[in-house]
Ligand binder design. Structure first.
Ligand SMILES: Nc1ncnc2c1ncn2[C@@H]1O[C@H](COP(=O)(O)OP(=O)(O)OP(=O)(O)O)[C@@H](O)[C@H]1O
Ligand SMILES: [Mg+2]
Length: 414
């Protein structure tokens, strides 16, 4: 069972940069993957004594899952594990972690042979300890690796990236909300970003349904009806989801939607971008004043589409319209949802009809998408390992890579 946990890297305390002063590494999370209960006990005791938080997995699959769900600061990995061995675990982690991340891995083994050592290092281990080892040696190696790999930009106090990513459906029902919600969760849970999701589909917002939340939750209406909009107010209105992302919900009923005006959006988004790495905005398909204000604020604008004729027609119209409005072409991206569903129009045909590249694709998995919707538990939260989850994660990774590389936006300039 996938255990929902908050794995935002922000929750991680700063790790010591010099690495050798006792007590400085308080509460860094260490994952022990070893099937021997005695070793588990010994390591847990030793590490806890030193102030580390300890997670324990008894086999490779569980170890991999905990790495993915908990983002430990370091892994102690036994080689001879049941089912998936230590080499395979290390290889899989190295293949999965983004280029910006590197969890230090120390391999533990009873073997002395050089060949084993080399194989472990090749699989992606950073260091190697032969059992039995002295706890002092283990701790010294852990501290040294933590110091070496402490990612400076994840240290407490790093300013948020502050990117606004807007998701717009070229046609109703193409999967905009599905992609916005699951991309938000992927950016947080899998990539350690701090994320807020805004349901800007003001009349018929769906996030309460997708995330199983009642109408009693606070919404954007509580922001816009207050005498003035400030950070404290916004923080009080945001709803925290178990997946770790925060939400600014749409009005609870269509008739209250008109209380939100185009003046409100820039203020709200500016406040949010001062707090979060990513402000993900799910907008409806009207190109009205409010949506144009959001588009103006957005660092990236994702037009979600499927490969059918009416959608292609709409994409062309949207691209033309926002071109006339002077929107910078570089920030507009096409996302082909249900990319492998049969529509009679291939991606190549769609690209040549639009005369532009479709940069992103999300696969078709109707059952996965609809059962997540029906149960109110997004697949990126409960089934990140499914094909649809992996497809969304690929999308999130690419978005994160390009967004993080963009220059820091100046707040309040919109
Ligand atoms: N990649 C996918 N594979 C299969 N089904 C999908 C996929 N993405 C979305 N769906 C399904 O498509 C339907 C519409 O999805 P969603 O509500 O996200 O679209 P939307 O564009 O936000 O719609 P609306 O115009 O109502 O806001 C849902 O039933 C959802 O489960
Ligand atoms: Mg929607």
């Amino acid at each position: 069972m996938y255990r929902p946990v908050d794995r935002c890297a922000y929750n991680r305390p700063a790790e010591p940069m010099d690495g050798f002063k006792s007590g400085e590494a308080m509460a860094a999370k260490i994952l022990v993957i070893d099937d021997d209960p005695n070793v588990q006990r010994l390591l847990t005791y030793t590490l806890k004594q030193e102030g580390y938080e300890v997670l324990v997995a008894s086999d490779g699959a569980e170890g991999y899952r905990l790495w993915s769900a908990e983002v430990p600061a370091l892994i102690l990995l036994d080689i001879m594990l049941p089912k998936v061995d230590g080499y395979q675990v290390a290889t899989k982690i190295r293949a999965e972690e983004g280029s910006a991340a590197h969890v230090p891995i120390i391999m533990l083994t009873a073997e002395r042979e050089v060949e084993q050592k080399v194989r472990g290092l090749r699989a992606g281990a950073d260091d190697y300890l032969i059992k039995p080892f002295h706890p002092a040696e283990l701790l010294a190696r852990i501290k040294s690796l933590l110091a070496r790999f402490a990612p400076r930009d994840l240290l407490v106090g790093r300013p948020p990236l502050g990117r606004v990513l807007a998701f717009y459906g070229a046609k109703g029902g193409v999967g905009t909300t599905t992609i916005a919600i699951n991309a938000a969760i992927a950016l947080h849970r899998e990539l350690g970003r701090k994320v807020v999701l805004v349901d800007a589909n003001l009349q018929f917002g769906d996030h309460r349904v997708f995330l199983d939340l009642g109408l009693d939750r606070k919404s954007i209406i509580d922001v816009v009806t207050a005498p003035s909009i400030d950070l404290d107010l916004i923080k009080q209105v945001l709803v925290h989801h178990d997946s770790g992302i925060d939400l600014l919900l749409a009005p609870p009923s269509p008739e209250t939607a008109e209380l939100v005006t185009e003046e409100h959006m820039p203020q709200i988004l500016d406040h949010l971008r001062s707090l979060y790495d990513y402000v993900i905005v799910d907008i409806d398909k009207r190109l009205d004043e409010i949506n144009l204000k959001i588009l103006d604020q957005a660092d990236q604008f994702f037009v979600v589409m499927t490969a059918d004729l009416s959608c292609l027609k709409n994409v062309r119209l949207v691209l033309e319209t926002i071109g006339h409005l002077g929107v910078e072409p570089g920030k507009v991206h096409l996302v082909l949802n249900r990319s492998n569903a049969f529509t009679g129009i291939s991606m190549k045909n769609a690209e040549s009809a639009l005369k532009r590249t479709i940069e992103f694709q999300v696969i078709n998995e109707y059952r996965g998408a609809i059962s997540a919707l029906n149960s109110g538990a997004p697949f990126m939260y409960t089934k990140a390992d499914s094909p649809l989850g992996r497809s969304l994660l690929d999308f999130g990774r690419t978005v994160d890579k390009t967004s993080a590389a963009m220059p820091q936006p100046a707040l309040g300039t919109h």
